[in-house]
Design a protein around this ligand. Structure first.
Ligand SMILES: [Zn+2]
Length: 249
């Protein structure tokens, strides 16, 4: 999972959503209205927005491995029909993660969703990765597992599916190799290009793990920071741009 920057949508799209929301006063009505809306040009434009937010390969915001296919309501409409037409409640997820998610939406003692919404909070605030295996786990502090991290991994089990874990492990391995090589060979056009390519094709948000989280403490990245500060800074900028969907070409 990686932090996703939600795009702003135009006034016309927001007005259309507002009008649809005003028409419904029950879950049944919301479902009917949603089916009508889903076939409109406006809905297709919003899917385009969500796909851009999901990155060049339009991956699921949870497993980051399978291609996302449709709009999902982060807070299920079955629990609150009023969120059916809220742009901030739309995310793109794959059919498998959607099947696991269903209508599960537990709240914390303070009334906040336990499920991580990657368009609102950085998943790395609640999760960690073992870069040697690719497995994601909840953070552990104060003698307990992080509630949001734990709940999200329990509900969206495909996050730690075998193939997804292997994809993450290979991505992490690539970063470590690049850091190790660059720490020895120094800043060069090739090294910059290799990092840029790695970040562009990193679907798992590991750039920010290695730039800003515990990944920066890995020996290879410590050496890169010490031996080659310009390249390290360039990598940090790329990691920032990744979460802003502004890597460019
Ligand atoms: Zn998925």
């Amino acid at each position: 999972m990686r932090k996703i920057n939600r795009e702003a949508v135009g006034l016309d799209r927001r007005i259309e959503l507002h009008k649809r929301a005003a028409k419904v006063s029950s879950y049944t009505e919301a479902r009917v209205e949603w089916k009508r809306y889903r076939a409109t040009v406006g809905a297709k434009a919003l899917i385009g927005c969500l796909e851009r937010m999901a990155g060049s390969r339009k991956r699921c915001v949870y497993c980051c491995d399978s291609r996302s296919s449709d709009i999902d309501h982060f807070k299920p409409v079955a629990l609150d029909y009023r969120v059916a037409f809220q742009w901030k409640n739309f995310i793109l997820i794959c059919p498998e993660c959607n099947r696991f998610k269903g209508s599960k939406f537990d709240l914390s003692d303070t009334g906040d969703p336990l499920l991580i919404n990657p368009t609102e909070i950085d998943p790395w605030d609640h999760l960690i990765i073992d870069v040697e295996t690719g497995v994601i786990a909840p953070r552990f502090s104060g003698g307990d597992f992080d509630l949001r991290g734990d709940y999200t991994l329990q509900v969206i089990a495909p996050i730690n599916d075998e193939a997804t874990v292997e994809g993450r492990r290979r991505t992490a391995e690539k970063y470590l190799e690049l850091a190790s090589l660059a720490a020895i060979e120094g800043d060069s056009k090739n090294a910059r290009r290799a990092f840029k390519k790695a970040v562009r094709y990193d679907e798992f948000g590991l750039a920010s793990w290695f730039a800003f989280r515990e990944g920066s403490l890995e020996a290879d990245f410590r050496q890169l920071r010490d031996n080659c500060p310009p390249l390290w800074r360039r990598f940090c900028v790329l990691a920032c741009k990744q979460s802003l969907n502004s890597l460019g070409n």
